[in-house]
Ligand binder design. Structure first.
Ligand SMILES: [Zn+2]
Length: 383
């Protein structure tokens, strides 16, 4: 991947380019940042730049044999580790079991999140894992000589999935064989062993600026500037989310959300005849839009609630306008901080369950009651 194809992240790119040009690439680095910010594309661009045979001042050449192989993710001196699930036998899985899927997934969307990846390899409800067996494979390959390049690179995508298996890698990360570079990509640093963190050099990459997401959307999709800006602000620096929203139907999530919350507001906690029938209609319709669109809707809902909380504190929002802003002001006047937090927690839980294929009708019915309770200021249990 070329640096110029990585969305935004100008400061991190420059830092990486400087490291490579001055020969100061650390032997083990941790690239830390939130989902969808482009950690993996940055690691791919850095790797290609380090190995490019005709490195330019600010990017790889993109055409040398090494660049060619890196662009297809088949360079023999670049090794990938990522979370996987057991494939057939009881034997602990290794990344090599899925290398073909991995290359296709990277080609399709290097901004994918771990759930996209795991669902793509048929994990269903199983948790991904980086196994001790995989760690032994890493030690073995990294101890070999390089094939073509001066450096061999090991990219570990989402090192938080190492869990305790990370202990197996402590020694090799601390004293790596010559010409070896470890790039650990991490989204949740609190899930990584301290002993791993202390052995790596930290490179932080934040969420992508809205303006950069907007530009990237305009390049990738046929859409007008207003639509791109709107998607960028909902995606909130997560380019993967932005792509999903752009690829989804041009939806009317604002109206959909408005309708739902009004239904919840009007819902009696014990619905007798007539009460809740609007909600039932809403859920019937909502169940038809499909899982991906439901996820996009929930992302929008989270964005909107965040802005509502801001409006209730400060009276205004830079991201909302028109009817949306009016609705947010109305909610902001009725609800307090704590209630917005509870609502966001409910939406997050909904997202989690939608991703895992829960029945949307049951799910949205029970959670609508929870939302109604939050509106009434009652205590709500969030599981
Ligand atoms: Zn090149």
């Amino acid at each position: 991947m070329l640096f110029k194809d990585v969305v935004g992240q100008q400061a991190v790119k420059q830092k990486m380019i400087n490291m490579a040009r001055t020969g100061r690439v650390p032997h083990a680095m941790m690239l830390l940042g939130p989902e969808g910010n482009g950690n993996l594309p940055l690691a791919l661009a850095l790797t290609q730049y380090i190995q490019c045979e005709n490195r330019q001042e600010d990017d790889s050449c993109g055409v040398c044999p090494s660049c060619n192989k890196n662009q297809k993710f088949v360079h023999p001196d670049v090794h990938f580790t990522f979370p996987v699930v057991p494939k057939k036998s009881d034997e602990p899985p290794v990344s090599a079991d899925y290398i073909t899927d991995w290359r296709s997934a990277l080609t399709a969307n290097p901004y994918m999140n771990v759930n996209d990846w795991l669902q793509g390899i048929g994990a269903e409800n199983r948790q991904g894992n980086i196994t001790v067996r995989e760690c032994h494979e890493i030690i073995k390959t990294m101890s070999l000589k390089t094939y073509e390049s001066e450096n061999k690179v090991q990219i570990i995508w989402l090192a938080e999935f190492l869990k305790e298996a990370g202990n197996t890698l402590l020694k090799i990360i601390e004293e790596p064989p010559a010409d070896t570079i470890f790039i650990l990509i991490v989204e949740n640093v609190e899930m990584v062993l301290n002993t791993i963190i202390s052995r790596t050099q930290l490179i932080k990459a934040n969420a992508i600026d809205d303006a950069d997401v907007k530009e990237a959307l305009l390049k990738k999709f046929e859409m007008d500037e207003g639509a791109a800006r709107r998607i960028a602000r909902i995606a909130d620096g997560n380019y993967n989310a932005a792509i999903n929203i752009a690829e989804g139907q041009e939806s009317e999530n604002d109206k959909l959300l408005h309708k739902w919350l009004v239904c919840c507001f009007n819902l009696k906690l014990k619905p007798s005849a007539g009460n809740g029938s609007n909600l039932v209609d809403w859920i019937e319709e909502f169940a038809k839009i499909g899982r991906e669109n439901q996820k996009i809707f929930l992302k929008y809902a989270l964005f909107f609630l965040r802005e509502c909380a801001l409006v209730s504190l400060t009276g205004h929002s830079e991201k909302l306008e028109g009817e949306e802003l009016k609705f947010a002001q109305g909610l902001g006047a009725k609800l307090g901080d704590e209630q917005f937090e509870k609502l966001a927690a409910i939406i997050n839980q909904l997202y989690y369950h939608v991703e895992r294929n829960a029945n949307p009708k049951i799910l949205f019915m029970s959670n609508s009651f929870k939302i109604a309770s939050v509106f009434k200021g009652e205590a709500v249990e969030i599981d």
